[in-house]
Design a protein around this ligand. Sequence first.
Ligand code: PMP
Length: 292
Amino acid sequence: DEANAITAKIWFDGQLIDADSPRAPLTTHAMHYGSGVFEGIRSYATVDGGAAVFRLPEHLARMRAGADLLGIDFDIAQATSATLAVLRANRHRDAYIRPLTWCGTGSIGLDVAPLSKHLMVATFAIGVHLAGGRVKLGVSSWRRNPATSLPPLKLCGAYVNSILAKHEAMARGFDEALFVDAQGDVVECTGANVFMVRDDRVVAVDHPDALPGITRDSLIALTGAQSRTVSLEELRDADEVFVCGTAAEVTPIDSLDGRTYADSDVGREAARLYRRVVTGADARYRDWLTDV
Ligand code: PMP
């Protein structure tokens, strides 16, 4: 798992250092208030024998949007070279990449202007993930952070909402939680966006409180899925459901609150297409890859 896969080097404020050497001060603002922004990015071993990062500019642009909100200067060019440097230093090809920028020390008040700001990039080697593990979803009793209170970006503190939903889902015997809004419309999962297939049409769930997923965007391009609002009722009656995200890739859903879906044929085909794209086998999407 990720904790065990922690690697030799981490990029931290301009240098490659041993992964276990930095010690953030206990007064680190982000630890007290969640004042940081992170990304989850994947690199893949490519069919030509190299390695490439999938849609790196899009991930870093989203990270910058979060950093801008928090008043953290975020240099995309620096984060790009940091990402490539740490992948190379760790000799990682199939990896999960975790950049994090955060407010450090200098004050314990809520004004972040006087605080030090930091950037790190860690990479975790991961085995090739084969979509196949079917996931049991349960509707969460928690509401997703509404976008009017907390914009759907990868702000550290926002993830407490996901943690609560995940915790509840697992305590009830599910693998993952599905957020539904007060009107009964589907939002997303704790770390993945939702797709369904109905009447042979692929639909990407659209919701203002959901993170605009980069995998979701990619799958819309690959499958021609229609992006629209979906009610929980509609999702329950769907022919198949799958979820997607950088870490989840394309994962078929086994059941929702115990109601079982058909084997995910469209989901499996989407997973196969996605894998061809991220590994550079599909030349049409080669410009989504940044070579390491
Ligand atoms: N929703 C949430 C809440 C997430 O954390 C993620 C993972 N970043 C996603 C959706 C999927 O987004 P992406 O495809 O960009 O990884």
